[in-house]
Design a protein around this ligand. Structure first.
Ligand code: HEM
Ligand SMILES: *[C@@H]1O[C@H](CO)[C@@H](O)[C@H](O)[C@H]1NC(C)=O
Ligand SMILES: *[C@@H]1O[C@H](CO)[C@@H](O)[C@H](O)[C@H]1NC(C)=O
Length: 425
């Protein structure tokens, strides 16, 4: 059961870096960006997203004067973003340039925030200044034209979409989520017991358990580890995430002319997106044609929500595509994140049996033999600390998801004025 603890530099493990994207765009036209996935196996076993920005050959002005590494002709600081261990590299740059610094990528200035205080200020206190998401050519392709919640830009349509999913999730939390999770947890316990103490890699079992919670909610279905359908779904989603991060794909965002040339990697991405959409469409159609609607599935709430919003608030009409892409959001957002957390939690508990004992004792005393519910969390401080501590030590998404400033903003750290010329509010 050895994990090489020594490879992990202590300074890097509690790294929490957010990228803020500031678009400086004289013409008000949208800049493009590429999200790139990087495997950072030393600081975290899961993928983190990073952004690259590139050129539009237009003169740009009024870049805020933030500190940052010297920027090269044409490529700016793009080389900084190709580092193998990007979260660690960005933390190192903060040593030199401070907690708010910029990286230039062509016409676009990317702002990196390093400290908890600054991140909280930007994403909590002044969240509405940074509520946007940067868009891109390939991002539009994987998100069905920006129709996902995770990649969609901040506008009335996105807000209505998010509200729809939020209320469906809330209803589902009240009604069935607990039972769905408990069922998968009990099944996972059985799988672990069946190994009878043998040394095994559990990451696939964790993926199946996390995935079954989400597919029960979205498709009304759960799968066996050996299920071909499950493997197809995951290979397709993982492939999309991986291909989208490859240089062959990012290049298309940076250099529009390349889109005219044949590109086998891009063709594969398109093929996987089609496959993903077929799988999801099949399930949604199945769902709609059922006589007896599966009460656990969130899809029912989403579709009902569509019917209810006929009056179309603010001129926004949500359609099947919004339900479809929300399903993609939940599948991608909810599977590998939870699975990676479980995987690391077990690894840490193996090395800290005294913590395992403490959590177990707390569960036994507080719950008196029943299984935990989400509402018990306030009475389970040791368990909650364990959850937070593992996320701190092995952040699942260390660079989070980039934001875009939708209006000028100013940090309490005086020199940092983050601007955009798209004054929307
Ligand atoms: C350990 C577990 C998880 C971690 C660490 C995590 C992390 C994150 C982060 C960092 C973001 C970006 C927030 C931002 O833009 O500021 C995000 C967004 C999102 N996550 Fe998760 N997540 C987890 C679990 C889940 C689960 C279980 C689901 C689905 C059931 C989910 C669905 C989403 C969605 C839909 C978004 C986009 C929300 C938006 O843009 O407003 N995540 N997550
Ligand atoms: C950047 O953040 C890391 C992790 O929170 C912290 O250790 C480091 O001191 C920060 N850098 C600066 C310059 O404050
Ligand atoms: C699961 O955790 C182990 C450490 O026990 C790590 O080596 C492995 O990369 C992790 N796998 C995933 C998919 O997170």
């Amino acid at each position: 059961m050895a994990i090489e603890m020594s490879v992990i530099s202590v300074g890097a493990v509690f790294l929490v870096v957010f990228l803020l994207i500031v678009l400086i765009c004289t013409s008000g036209q949208r800049d493009k960006c590429v999200q790139e996935d990087q495997k950072d196996s030393k600081s975290t076993a899961t993928e983190s997203r990073l952004l690259q920005y590139f050129y539009q050959f237009l003169p740009r002005t009024s870049a805020p004067s933030l500190p940052g590494p010297p920027s090269l002709f044409l490529i700016g600081n793009m080389m900084e973003l190709t580092h193998d261990h990007l979260p660690i590299h960005l933390t190192n740059l903060a040593q030199r340039y401070g907690n708010i610094y910029r990286l230039k990528c062509g016409p676009t200035t990317m702002v990196v925030l390093n400290s908890t205080d600054v991140i909280r200020e930007a994403l909590v206190k002044k969240w509405s200044d940074f509520a946007g998401r940067p868009g891109s050519y390939t991002g539009d392709i994987v998100s069905g034209g920006g129709h996902t919640i995770s990649l969609g830009d901040y506008n009335e349509e996105w807000r209505a979409h998010r509200r729809l999913v939020h209320s469906a999730l809330q209803r589902c939390c009240q009604q069935s989520l607990h039972d769905v999770i408990e069922r998968q947890a009990l099944h996972l316990r059985k799988v672990l017991m069946d190994y009878q103490g043998r040394a095994v890699d559990l990451s696939e079992d964790f993926t199946v358990a996390a995935s079954n919670v989400i597919t029960t909610l979205t498709f009304g279905k759960e799968y066996d580890k050996s299920s071909l359908e499950l493997q197809q779904l995951h290979s397709c989603l993982n492939e999309i995430v991986a291909l989208w991060g490859s240089t062959w794909i990012s290049a298309l965002d940076s250099f529009p002319l390349l889109r005219k040339l044949p590109n086998p990697v891009f063709s594969r991405l398109l093929k996987e997106v089609v496959k993903r959409d077929e799988i999801i469409r099949k399930h949604l159609n199945n769902y709609k044609s059922q006589d007896k609607i599966n009460a656990d599935a969130i899809t029912g709430s989403l579709l009902q929500g569509l019917d209810k919003q006929q009056s179309a608030e603010h001129g926004v009409l949500l359609t099947d595509i919004h339900v479809h892409m929300a399903t993609v959001d939940l599948l991608i957002g909810g599977t590998e994140t939870t699975a990676a957390w479980l995987n690391w939690t077990v690894a840490f508990l193996l090395h800290r049996p005294e913590v395992q004992t403490k959590v177990h004792e707390e569960l036994c005393t507080v719950l008196e033999g029943r299984y935990p519910k989400y509402s018990d969390r306030h009475r389970l401080p040791v368990l909650c600390s364990l959850i937070h501590e593992v996320l701190r030590l092995r952040p699942v998404a260390p660079l989070a998801v980039p934001h875009r400033a939708i209006r000028d903003s100013r940090s309490a750290e005086r020199y940092a004025v983050i601007m955009t010329e798209n004054k929307e509010d």
